[in-house]
Design a protein around this ligand. Structure first.
Ligand code: SF4
Length: 419
């Protein structure tokens, strides 16, 4: 049985590949790419059918962060010409959220720059969540405020948050290369605090920062071990004015391999294509939908995405459907575990999603009530054609800063949001 047969069979059973198998996915050739996508697509459809969950980002507080994450346009010392503003008022945030929900999003992701929230910030977000849920009680809310202190996750949960996003971003070994003001262990601690409080854990990665394949595999297995319900996969947006502005080392083919590897390691977890989707996948975005079951609608935290209607058209044209508010995101066995952890006894707060910690992408959210645990009619005999495991890294993209468009509409502006 070759690599893709093995990975498909394991994925259909909800099992992870070995580390070596995950590395081999990243080493497949362009000739094998469609076979890789097809194999990952079988696993995706087994657990998520043809549904695509839409998530909508609301940047509550933009820029001026004291942390030094190299990938982030909001970092200390960033020269990126992004919007900078302090906390949106609850009604302003609720207006932006409403636009996203009207556009088809079932989850709203409330994100604020900064190391972590003060207790006063938790009060602000509590008021904001109340304003959003007053207008639409069904909407899922994921919160992303940075590192949490004791009892803050419990306060957010009690205030109605469904999920908390905090990305690991990269491997433990290389974390010190992308940020020095906090550690990988700090990030793990916050994900555990959120999970421990009964919030759905949303935690993912950023690819394209100069990491090795081993780093990518390390962080993806770490996310599985942490029990993240949702794994946002960000592709670095190299903002002018940040230390990684020249890190254009992704191709659409490389992005698809990374997504496939994430799917095989986390077969029954929400996998979201997060920041950098349009910039790096470009015309190959629809192939990504065969692997991931979740995306952000419209714009990101500090950059603009394609028009929300274009997202919807893409989903429809590719033969997928937008996941409805009454549909559960996660398979029942995952939803039940999350519900038990939260002590709520329903399958309500099981999913996850969320945005890239703050810098390059963005997004979060919980689930509904139905089950999608039943297979959607796939068989396990996809014949892959991987064979050639020779490592062939894609050639780097040229500098494509023309593809990066700073967000100048929506939250924090007088202009309508893109949704
Ligand atoms: S990722 Fe978050 S913590 Fe890091 S610099 Fe950006 S806003 Fe600050």
């Amino acid at each position: 049985m070759d690599l893709l047969d093995t990975l498909t069979a394991k994925g259909l059973r909800g099992e992870a590949p070995t580390r070596e198998e995950a590395l081999a996915v990243l080493a497949t050739t362009d000739d094998e790419l469609l076979d890789v996508v097809a194999a990952a697509g079988k696993v995706r459809r087994r657990w998520f059918g043809r549904r695509v969950k839409l998530n909508y980002l609301v940047n509550l507080k933009s820029g001026l962060c004291p942390e030094d994450c190299n990938y982030c346009s909001q970092r200390l010392g960033s020269k990126a010409e992004i919007l900078k503003y302090t906390w949106l008022k609850p009604d302003q945030a609720a207006d932006a959220a409403r636009a996203g929900v009207a556009g088809g999003a079932k989850r709203v992701c409330l994100v604020a720059s900064g190391r972590g929230p003060t207790d006063r910030d938790i009060d602000r977000v509590t008021d904001t969540m109340a304003a959003i849920k007053d207008a639409d009680p069904e909407v899922e809310i994921c919160v992303c405020l940075g590192l949490l202190s004791d009892n803050q996750a419990e306060r957010l949960k009690a205030a109605g948050a469904d999920a908390y996003n905090h990305n690991l971003n990269t491997s433990e070994n290389t974390y010190g290369d992308i940020a020095t003001t906090h550690t990988y262990a700090d990030r793990v601690d916050t994900v555990q605090k959120a999970h421990g409080a009964g919030l759905s854990a949303c935690s993912g990665l950023i690819a394209g920062m100069g990491e090795t394949d081993e780093d990518l595999v390390d962080v993806v297995f770490a996310l599985r071990e942490l029990g993240s319900d949702s794994v946002p996969v960000n592709f670095l947006i190299p903002f002018e004015g940040t230390p990684l502005a020249k890190e254009w080392n992704l191709t659409p083919q490389r992005c698809l391999r990374i997504l496939a590897m994430v799917r095989f390691v986390n077969p029954d977890t929400e996998v979201r294509i997060a920041g950098g989707r349009e910039v790096h996948l470009r015309s190959m975005q629809p192939l990504g939908l065969h692997i991931a079951n979740s995306i952000f609608l419209g714009d990101y935290l500090t950059s603009e995405g394609q028009a929300g209607q274009t997202d919807l058209d893409m989903i429809k044209d590719a033969g997928f459907e937008v996941e409805g508010a009454g549909e559960a995101t996660l398979p029942r066995h995952r939803a039940d575990v999350a519900a038990a952890a939260s002590g709520c006894g329903t399958a309500a707060s099981a999913c996850g999603s969320a945005a890239s910690a703050c810098g390059s992408g963005g997004g979060c959210g919980p689930c509904g009530g139905h089950s999608h645990d039943a297979p959607v009619s796939e068989t396990a005999d996809e014949s892959g054609d991987s064979g050639d495991s020779a490592y062939s890294r894609d050639s780097a993209d040229e500098l494509r800063s023309d593809l990066v468009k700073v967000r100048l509409r929506g939250a924090g502006t007088e202009l309508a949001p893109n949704a």
